[in-house]
Design a protein around this ligand. Sequence first.
Ligand SMILES: Cc1ncc(COP(=O)(O)O)c(C=O)c1O
Ligand SMILES: [Zn+2]
Length: 370
Amino acid sequence: MNQFICRKCKAIYPLDVPRWKCDCGSILDIEFEPVFDLEEIERRKPTMWRYREAIPIKNDENIVSFDEGFTPIIEVIFHGRPVLIKQDQLFPTGSYKDRGASVLVSKIKELEIKQVVEDSSGNAGCAISAYCAKADIDCNIFVPEDTAPGKLSQIQFYGAKLNKVPGTREDASNAVLKAAQKIYYASHSWNPFFLHGTKTFAFEICEQLGWKSPDTIILPVGNGTLLLGAYIGFNELFNSKIINKIPKIVAVQAINCAPLHTAFKENLKKVPKINKKDTIAEGIAIADPIRGKQIVEAVEKSNGDFIVVDDSEIKESLKEICKKGFYIEPTSAAATAGVSKYLRKSKYHEIIVSVFTGHGLKTTEKMLKL
Ligand SMILES: Cc1ncc(COP(=O)(O)O)c(C=O)c1O
Ligand SMILES: [Zn+2]
C-alpha cells in the first residue's frame, strides 16, 4: 500500500493529495513497496533514476532530472587505511541534496503545484531552486543572513526568490513556516519525498559494491536527510533480500551544535534544547532537527554511533583532503574528520563508506579565510 503514515497518531493519507505534515502536527513517512529488477537496473543509464520502480513517482513524464547520480565511489587513504568515498559533491548543484530535490520536485510537478517555499542553510535551497527552474515552478527560498555567498548567488541565478532572514538558521525555519500556511512547503526536512530521493545513495553504494552492503557508513548529520534516506534505502534492499545486513551508521556532528549526539550518548527520550555555538560546518549546524528522534533511533537500530568533531579537527581534515586533489566544503570535512576519529578504534578489515557531500567552490570566502 502506497501512502503517507504518521507514526505518532497512526493516521494515513493518500500520496496524491498535497501534504507535508500530519493533521496532528507530526512528521509523516511514506509506506511504499519498492521493486528492484537488478538485471534491468544494470542495463539502464548510470543515474539515480535507474532504480525507477523503487521511487514513488507515478508517471515518467513528471520526472524532473538532470541525469544526476550514480556518483563515483573512490578509495581514499586515511592514515594508511582505505575508505570508500562517494563523490556526491559532483551533483549538478554541487551537493547530494539534488537526490532529494529531483524526487521531491518530480512529486510537486505530479501534484500540479506551481509555487513552493523552502528554508535552507544553502545547499537544499540551491537544489530545490535548480529543479524548480527546470520544472518551471515558482520558488521562494528562506535562508539565514550569514549563508555562504556562493550558495546565495546560485539560488538567485536559478531564478528563485531569495529571502535573507535576520538571525539564525532557526529564525529562517520559523519564517518559512508562516509562508507555508499558504504555499506548499518543499521542505527537505519535513517532506518524506525528499528522503525517497536521498535513499538512492544507499542503492548506488550497494550496487557499486556488487550488490553488497558495506560494514559501516560515516555521514555528517544536521537534519539527517542523507542519514534517514540512506537508512530507508538500506532497509528496502534488505527487505527485498538483495543485501544481507544493514551497515552500522556512524553519524558525525559538530561539537558546537550536537543535540543528536547528546540525546544518543545520554539515552534521552527527547532531543534536548542546546546552546548552539558557531561552527564552520554551517550545513550541519541544526539546533532543533525536526526528525531528531527518528535519526537517533536509526543510528541505534543499526548498532551505530555518534561522533563529535571540533572546528580545528574539521579544518585539519579539510586541508588533508584537499591536498589529495579533492575540493570539498567545510561541512563535508566534518564527516572526514569523523572518519579519522572513527578509524582510531575500528577493526582493520571493516569496509567503510563515507561521502563528500558538498563542493568547495560553494564556500570560496570561507576557504580563503582558512
Ligand atoms: C554539504 C552538506 N553536508 C551535509 C549536510 C547535512 O545534511 P542534513 O542536514 O540533511 O543532515 C548538509 C546540509 O545542508 C550540507 O549542506
Ligand atoms: Zn499524526
